[in-house]
Structures are given as structure tokens and as C-alpha cells.
Design a protein around this ligand. Structure first.
Ligand code: HEM
Length: 465
């Protein structure tokens, strides 16, 4: 057994008592690392080996880093996987049993119901709404003018993507308020690291932890706000053609019954939460990376200025931003907003020379796959040309999976990419973003991948330069 990272890499077979004892002694420091950022607790081998199996406190976890094995796991063996109990423990109190957290036929029905909202033609139809949200942000920043100093870009981007999600998924008729909603999501996610760490260490569900009470209150607030949105729509008397409308008209294929109110809230909250924070993170990391790389920023600006029409009136604008898209993809490689896929095997699964036994945990550490020595040349370097058409075609599709893969691939992928491009095309020509600190903030696992301490930047109108 070799010791790398926080968890120990193991070979199949038993572990000596001496090492079990050492694990128990190491427990507090393992917990501290996991709470700081789960990614730091991964074994170092996840950045250089195809498969890594660890054992800690008697539980085996296999990290799958080789694209062929990732395909085999998430596509070929998708039917032998379920949500991990510690992820459900973390997300369940807020998201219930919605599309992200459910399994089996319950998941399938919800996925089928929601799918029409995310078809490419529908997403193209959202472009004017996305452009409007970006323009509102631009106007707000310009209004604030010279008084406008340094601020955290992440909540700014969350506000913009929140407007998009509310406008597209609930037709903007909601009275959901971004600030309290965003604060509640922050509070909730903040304490999920405790729930995940305690769950991974097999501590019972009732184990008290810091932030538990505030987290529970935040979940209640989020659910009650969304329930009110559903109630307002019911009062209107017609379901509408947006996501909420689709959910309201959905029927259980087996029972023919409509979704329960609880299920409506589970799903709507899942879409609002999963749909805006991830995209805001992608935009936040992109603005910072462009500030670090002025030549790349110039190429992006040149491409945007070559658009013949404003994105607000051109649903195809995003298709014309090929280089900007490469930049966003390269940011998603280095800073994948959802950095980890976790599953539990429900049957034995063979991956190369390993067998993941039924009941064991299996992880696809997206963040590590995207920085893996065997898959990427100079993995730490920011180089959007990796996603130029020729270069991307010669790479295994499963070496790059910011949106996951297989039947549970992100349903909002097309919307997220279009959103990033349209928002960048609206904001970048108007402002320069100047980092408040020279060092890049470290990234931190909080279910999503967040910049530790936020992303403080100065937003300088270009006309003032
Ligand atoms: C840059 C932005 C985004 C990233 C990086 C991202 C990433 C991901 C990933 C990695 C998964 C798979 C998780 C797993 O397999 O366990 C996922 C699932 C999901 N995403 Fe996204 N996502 C983004 C934007 C969105 C948007 C805009 C929406 C909706 C409006 C959305 C809704 C969902 C939902 C509902 C699922 C669960 C799908 C299922 O289990 O069937 N995401 N996302």
C-alpha cells in the first residue's frame, strides 16, 4: 500500500490492523482536508494513473480517469449505477427527489418531461432573453459608472444567469428574488461539504455539524419560494409553455397521474439552482482567465466585433463565435464548475484490471481528468487552441467532460454554452475586467468549483480607458 494524497491507494485484499489504526489516528486531518476542499483529499495518482482505488475506514472507492473506462462506466454500465448516498445526504434536503437526485423510472420520467425545453431550436429561441439579461447587467454597471470600484464578479454573474433561468424556465413571471435566493444557495452549499465529508467517513446521518441549522433553514426558504411560484402559476389557470408548464402537464407513464406538488418543487428548484450557479462560475473563471491573457482577449474581442448583428436580434450569434467558444471550453477544462461525478455501483463492474463491487463508490474526478498527464500536453497551461477543430477531433471525447456523459449528461449543456457566449459578447466589448489581486484565487470544492474568497475585480468601462 502506498500513501499518496490524503486517502491511501490500495491493492485488493485486506489491510493490516496497524494501518487501520493509522487511519483512525489520521481521521481529524482527513476531515480537515475534505472540508477545505474535497479535491485536495484525492490521491495524487488521479493526475497520472488511469484507475486508482483507495480504501479508507473499510470503504473502497475507485477513481476512473482513463477515457475508455469513463465511457465504459457512464455509458455501457449506466444501468448498474445509482446516486451515492452521501451526495443524496448533501443535496436531498433541498432538491428532494428531482431530476438530479432521482434514479430509475422516477428519473427517466422527469428527464423525458423536461427534455423539450433544452432542444437546440428552443435554446436558439432563448437568445434574445439571454441578451436582454446581459444588457441589463451592462446598463446597471454603466449607471454605477465611476463610483463603481472593485467587486466580486461571481455574485454579479449569478445575478445575470439567475435572470436568464427565471426568464426561460418560468417565463419571468416569478417573483423569485435573486439576492435572498443566492444567499440561501450559498448558505446551503456551504454546509454540504460537512454532509459530504461525514457521509464519506460513514458518520450517521444525525451527526451534528456546523451550519446544519442554517442549511436546513436555507433549504426551507428555497423550497417555499419555489412552491409559491408554482402556486402563482396554478392561480393563473393555464400551465404555460415553459419548463413549469411542461412539468405541470406531465403525467406519470405508469399511473397517468400528474406530478405531485412536492415533485414540482424538487424539479423547479433543481433547474434554478443547477442552471444558474454553474453557468455563473463558468463566466466568472472566463473573465478572470481573459484578464490574465490579454492576447487571447484581443482575439475574442476581434471576433465579437466581427458579428454583423447584435446577439439580441441574431439567434445564430453564438454559432459565429467559434474562437470565443474555444476559450470557454478551455476554461471549463481547467475550472469545471461541476468537478466530480459520484456514483454507487449496484452490480459488479469490470473496468480494465479492476472490479468495482456492487455497493462500492466510483468517482469520475472531472477536475483531475482535465489536468491528467497522460491526456493533455502541459495540462496546467491555458491554451484555447486545444479546442480548435483539428485538435479536438483527435482527442478522446471522454477526456473532456465538463457536462458529464452518458444518459445523465447535463440536460442544460446547450443552454449553458449559448448563455456564456451571448453574455460574453455583450459585456466584453463594454468593459475591461481588472483582477483586484495578482494571484489567481485557488479553487475550492463546494459541490461546485468556486474561487476561494470570491473573484474580486474592477469593472472598467472601455470608453473611460
Ligand atoms: C457551465 C454550466 C454547467 C455545467 C458545467 C454543468 C455540469 C453538469 C454535470 C457535470 C452534470 C452531470 C452530473 C452527474 O452526472 O452526476 C449535470 C447535470 C445536470 N445539469 Fe448541468 N451544468 C451546467 C449548466 C446547466 C444548466 C444551464 C442547466 C439547466 C437549466 C443544468 C441542469 C442540469 C440538470 C437538471 C442535470 C441532471 C441531469 C440528469 O441527471 O438527468 N445544468 N450538469
Amino acid at each position: 500500500m502506498t500513501s499518496v494524497g490524503t486517502f491511501r491507494v490500495c491493492e485488493p485484499g485486506g489491510i493490516p490492523f496497524r494501518e487501520a489504526f493509522a487511519e483512525a489516528i489520521a481521521l481529524p486531518s482527513v476531515l480537515a482536508t475534505m472540508l477545505r476542499s474535497l479535491i485536495e483529499a484525492w490521491p495524487d495518482d488521479v493526475y497520472s494513473q488511469p484507475l486508482v482505488t483507495t480504501r479508507f475506514l473499510g470503504s473502497r472507492t475507485t477513481y476512473v480517469c482513463d477515457p475508455r473506462h469513463i465511457h465504459s462506466l457512464l455509458v455501457d454500465h449506466a444501468g448498474a449505477l445509482e446516486r451515492e448516498s452521501f451526495m443524496l445526504r448533501a443535496l436531498g434536503p433541498a432538491l428532494g427527489s428531482g431530476i438530479l437526485t432521482a434514479d430509475g423510472s422516477h428519473w427517466r420520467g422527469q428527464r423525458r418531461t423536461s427534455a423539450p425545453m433544452f432542444r437546440p431550436d428552443r435554446v436558439r429561441g432563448f437568445v434574445p432573453v439571454i441578451a436582454q439579461a446581459a444588457q441589463d447587467t451592462r446598463e446597471r454597471w454603466l449607471r454605477e459608472g465611476s463610483a463603481f470600484g472593485e467587486r466580486d464578479i461571481l455574485p454579479e454573474m449569478m445575478r445575470t444567469t439567475f435572470d436568464v433561468i427565471v426568464a426561460t424556465m418560468v417565463s419571468g413571471d416569478s417573483q423569485l428574488k435573486v439576492e435572498p435566493f443566492g444567499r440561501a444557495i450559498d448558505t446551503y452549499l456551504g454546509q454540504t461539504t460537512w454532509k459530504i465529508a461525514l457521509g464519506m467517513l460513514n458518520a450517521p446521518d444525525w451527526t451534528p455539524h456546523p451550519g446544519a441549522r442554517a442549511g436546513a433553514a436555507a433549504a426551507r426558504y428555497l423550497r417555499s419560494e419555489v412552491a409559491r411560484t408554482v402556486a402563482r402559476r396554478r392561480e393563473r389557470g393555464e400551465p404555460g409553455t415553459d419548463l413549469l408548464g411542461l412539468l405541470l402537464q406531465a403525467q406519470d407513464p405508469e399511473t397517468g397521474q400528474a406530478l405531485s406538488d412536492e415533485s414540482l418543487v424538487d424539479n423547479l428548484l433543481t433547474f434554478v439552482a443547477a442552471g444558474h450557479e454553474t453557468t455563473a462560475l463558468a463566466l466568472t473563471w472566463t473573465l478572470r482567465m481573459l484578464a490574465e491573457h490579454p492576447q487571447i482577449e484581443q482575439r475574442v474581442l476581434a471576433e465579437i466585433s466581427g458579428l454583423d448583428q447584435d446577439p439580441a436580434v441574431d439567434p445564430d450569434a453564438a454559432d459565429r463565435l467559434a474562437y470565443t467558444r474555444q476559450v470557454v471550453l478551455e476554461v471549463l477544462r481547467l475550472y469545471p464548475p461541476a468537478p466530480l461525478i459520484v456514483r454507487r455501483a449496484t452490480a459488479d463492474i469490470r473496468l480494465g484490471d479492476r472490479i468495482v463491487r456492487a455497493g462500492e463508490s466510483v468517482h469520475v474526478p472531472i477536475y483531475a481528468v482535465h489536468r491528467h498527464e497522460l491526456l493533455w500536453n502541459r495540462p496546467q497551461m491555458f491554451d484555447p487552441d486545444r479546442f480548435a477543430p483539428g485538435a479536438a477531433a483527435s482527442r478522446d471525447r471522454y477526456a473532456f467532460l465538463p457536462f458529464g456523459a452518458g444518459p445523465r449528461v447535463c440536460i442544460g449543456m446547450g443552454l449553458a454554452l449559448t448563455e456564456c457566449l451571448v453574455i460574453l459578447a455583450t459585456l466584453l466589448p463594454a468593459f475591461r475586467f481588472v483582477p483586484a489581486k495578482a494571484e489567481m484565487p485557488p479553487s475550492q470544492f463546494r459541490v461546485t468549483l468556486r474561487p476561494k474568497g470570491g473573484m474580486p475585480m474592477k469593472i472598467v468601462p472601455r470608453h473611460a480607458l
